[in-house]
Design a protein around this ligand. Structure first.
Ligand code: GAL
Length: 815
């Protein structure tokens, strides 16, 4: 690391004056980061690119304004010496990103289809192409221009104006290409980018989607600029009175001459007030980069935690010859984190991690999540009382980490593969460089349950990865998520923290702690309870799993029970429940017709299952009494029935039609069960604390479906073509009670500047298309997602269904 010498400090002091007198000018070459998501064209299927196209002697490929000349999919033909032309397939369709073509497909029950049809949800993947035409003004000549893909699933190849820019295998790490030299500026012509994504191979055992499913950015900077992921902010000393801030900035000079540079780093609080400014000067040779270290401070820092997600920023200015030529913003937080043999300590206090494991997808949209949907999912997690998010089993989209910073959720950021190959280390280091400034990240996970865990080779690979991680981010510990039994052979010894998946089995983690008292343990994964929302019997034909009993798989406890271990053995640090939401693929315990998993305590739409309340009871102080099943059992009058209850009250009293059936003392984190004789009517559970009723839970026999209810999470959208309203659709009886068995088909129509981008209902056996304007309700509910367009106005969504009273809502797009 480059240190600033005494001489530099003197120079700096004089520059403070200069700076104070505002002599440094801002010029037009400041960094621009443009969203590049709109107006792409998409072609599903392969296109035979016969040659690796290079720039031809006549200036390369000209592929604008050419016609389709063949019916074949061939796009590149040799035309004449030194130049190529691209002929498009006729079926390019207009798309905006993020885009996942797999979720647009039809479910196929064909085990010979592609790879792992069941685990990826029986949706075909294959290969697809994207292209986009764009113009770059003459005035951008001389700048550095690059493109950043936050994530393409997967094996992507990029050409710009016919020049092969490169190939990127990972479906989860970002890729970046420097386009400066191959672009056409001003009158030189239009630019064309072509992206191939080959999703026919898989990286995991869950639905992974297909296509450019995260954002794309076009980045323009001066030739003297902050390097990609070029800042690293840490707070090596934190006290109530003061936090020391260590700022490391990597600058890149891509001019042909040496540059005398001044680096200004301003620490800014959440009100935008500059609270410290550090200035350094140096000289940076042509085509080279340099890391500059600066030290700042914050008086009386506001600490970051999930409960108080206070953030600061470092604003970086690169000054060349009195001009600010580049600006860069890094968000950071002030907090201490220690995962040690006694547990997880945040800001010096034991902080039990109430976490969930999460795959990326959501109803209606596959893995192509508008930011709003990531925000919505996190909001639901906060509501259940969770304070932590595990990105299983790969790094997430960067916006999600920004949200975890600002909404307050700790993150276990996970690398995809156990690999120390060049490619493997590149993926790992990309995650570390991209993400290490986020205060939300409390630990790095090297991998999850790879088969060579615990082997000699696995151990060597892991050791290299851990060492690499320590070098790039010495402030956080490294773990790996392991099935118990795979952690021997020295594998655990090279980790800072030994991650236990399902360590509750015969209390494996507790036994290990007795054996290795110095071991730092963490519960990386638990539960895997399977259930289908609103179902109370297993049904192989329809692929439903009852919420009442524990059947499969054999490796996890009932919802909430995992938390009892964390309370009893705080050294376990916390847990990450498998999973918060159902996800496509991995349909354990069934195969076809099941197309989604059953592991979530919410379904794929975010509707709570019964297990949700076990966690709400365990993780919040809000009094919870949740009884199930529902109370619509025609024909079962006089039969015996079990009533189950999740609660955090001390005692629960059950009343059927006003008559007490008795009280039970609650055992924390354990389900209560009553047996009674079924009679329609109203079943009520009263939750007592200190002898007083603090809350009640009710299930009631309803009459037939009579009306539709639409409930949007917002009635105002930004008219930006990105924002989304999440609309919960409920089928209710004449008295406004949700009918828990209703499966009416609801048809949606929309007027105004909004688009239905997907539907869902949480039924793991549903083969209805998600990309449609109708959906059957499943056990009373379905979901519709409405996205704004780039136009302000009133969006009216109407819902109709045979024999039901129709309804409509209005959402205003504009602010
Ligand atoms: C774990 C694994 C997860 C998921 C889960 C299902 O062992 O890490 O990815 O497969 O099992 O129970």
């Amino acid at each position: 690391m480059k240190k600033i010498g005494v001489f530099s400090v003197l120079v700096l002091l004089s520059l403070v004056d200069v700076y104070g007198q505002d002599l440094i000018q801002t010029n037009s070459s400041k960094r621009i980061r443009d969203n590049f998501d709109f107006n792409w064209q998409f072609h599903k299927g392969d296109i035979a690119i016969k040659k690796i196209v290079k720039a031809g002697g006549q200036g390369g490929i000209t592929d604008v304004n050419v016609k389709v000349v063949t019916a074949r999919d061939t796009i590149i033909n040799y035309m004449d010496a030194g130049s190529y032309k691209i002929f498009y397939p006729a079926d390019w369709k207009q798309v905006n990103l993020p885009h996942d073509w797999a979720v647009e497909g039809t479910f196929v029950h064909d085990n010979s289809m592609g790879n792992q049809p069941a685990v990826s949800g029986y949706l075909p993947t294959g290969t697809g192409f994207y292209r986009k035409e764009f113009e770059i003004p003459e005035t951008d000549k001389g700048k550095k221009i690059s493109i950043e893909f936050d994530g393409i699933f997967r094996n992507s190849t990029v050409w710009v104006n016919g020049h092969l820019m490169g190939n990127h295998l990972s479906g989860y790490t970002p890729s970046n290409y420097d386009l400066t030299d191959v672009l056409r500026y001003g009158n030189e012509g239009k630019n064309v980018i072509l992206v191939k994504a080959d999703a026919s191979e898989y990286e995991g055992w869950w639905y992974e989607g297909a296509g450019i499913y995260r954002h794309v950015w076009l980045i323009k900077t001066n030739r003297l600029h902050v390097h990609r992921f070029g800042t690293y902010i840490t707070t090596p000393q934190v006290s109530d009175a003061e936090a020391a801030v260590s700022i490391s900035t990597t600058l890149k000079n891509e001019y042909r001459e040496t540059k005398k540079i001044t680096l200004v780093s301003k620490i800014v609080n959440s009100n935008g007030v500059v609270i410290d400014t550090k200035i350094a000067s140096d000289s940076l040779p042509a085509y080279s980069q340099m890391e500059i270290a600066q030290k700042g401070q914050i008086k009386n820092p506001l600490l970051w935690s999930p409960e108080t997600p206070n953030l600061y920023k470092v604003l970086t200015e690169v000054v060349d010859n009195s001009n600010i030529v580049d600006t860069y913003e890094t968000t950071f937080g002030v907090r201490t984190i220690d995962v040690n043999k006694n547990g997880v300590f945040l800001n010096g206090k034991l902080y039990p991690v109430k976490g969930t494991c999460n795959h990326q997808d959501f109803a209606g949209i596959g893995v192509a999540l508008p930011d709003k949907i990531n925000w919505y999912k996190l909001k639901l997690l906060k509501e259940v009382g969770s304070n932590a998010y595990r990105c299983s089993h790969h790094l997430p989209t960067p916006e999600l980490l920004n949200m975890c910073d600002s909404m307050g959720l700790l993150v276990l950021d996970e690398n995809r593969f156990l690999s120390s190959s060049e490619e493997g280390i590149k993926d790992l280091t990309t995650m570390l460089y991209r993400d290490r400034n986020h205060p939300c990240i409390f630990m790095w996970s090297m991998e999850n349950e790879e088969w060579i865990q615990g082997t000699v080779q696995g151990t060597r690979i892991l050791e290299t990865m851990v060492a690499t991680t320590h070098k790039i981010d010495p402030t956080r510990k490294a773990t790996a998520a392991m099935n118990h039994g795979r952690n021997d052979g020295g594998y655990s010894d090279v980790l800072d923290v030994v991650g236990y998946n399902y360590g509750d089995k015969q209390l494996a983690y507790v036994k290990d702690k007795e054996k290795y008292p110095e071991r730092v343990l963490f519960c990386t994964e638990s539960t895997s309870f399977i259930s289908t929302r609103g179902e109370y019997a297993n049904n192989w034909e329809k692929a439903y799993v009852s919420n009442l009993s524990k059947w499969e798989p054999g490796w996890g406890p009932f919802p909430g029970e995992d938390w009892a271990d964390i309370v009893k053995y705080p050294y376990l640090g916390g847990t990450f429940v498998w999973t918060s939401f159902d996800y496509r693929g991995e349909p354990t315990p069934y195969q076809w017709p099941s197309v989604t998993s059953h592991f979530g305590f919410m379904d794929i739409c975010g509707f709570p299952k019964d297990g949700y309340y076990a966690y709400k009871a365990a993780w919040t102080n809000t009094p919870v009494v949740h009884i199930f099943p529902h109370w619509n059992w025609p024909g079962k009058e006089g039969d015996s029935i079990q009533v189950h209850c999740y609660s955090n009250c001390e005692e629960i009293e059950l009343l059927l039609n006003g008559k007490s059936i008795g009280k039970q003392k609650a055992v924390p984190y354990t389900k209560l069960i009553w047996k009674l004789i079924y009679k329609p009517g109203k079943l009520e559970a009263r939750g007592y604390k200190k002898g007083k009723v603090v809350t009640t839970g009710i299930v009631e026999t309803t009459t037939a479906p009579a009306q539709i209810n639409l409930n949007s999470d917002t009635y105002k959208l930004k008219a930006d073509g990105c924002d989304v309203a999440v609309i919960r659709v409920a089928i209710k009886d004449g008295k406004g009670r949700v009918v828990p068995t209703a499966d009416n088909l609801v048809k949606f129509s929309i007027e105004g500047p909004g688009t239905i981008i997907g539907t869902g209902n949480g039924n793991p056996g549903s083969h209805e298309p998600d990309k449609a304007s109708q959906r059957k309700a499943f056990n009373g509910y379905c979901l519709v997602l409405v996205q704004s367009q780039k136009e302000a106005g009133e969006i009216r969504l109407k819902a109709v269904s045979e024999d039901l009273k129709e309804t409509q809502i209005t959402i205003t797009a504009g602010y």
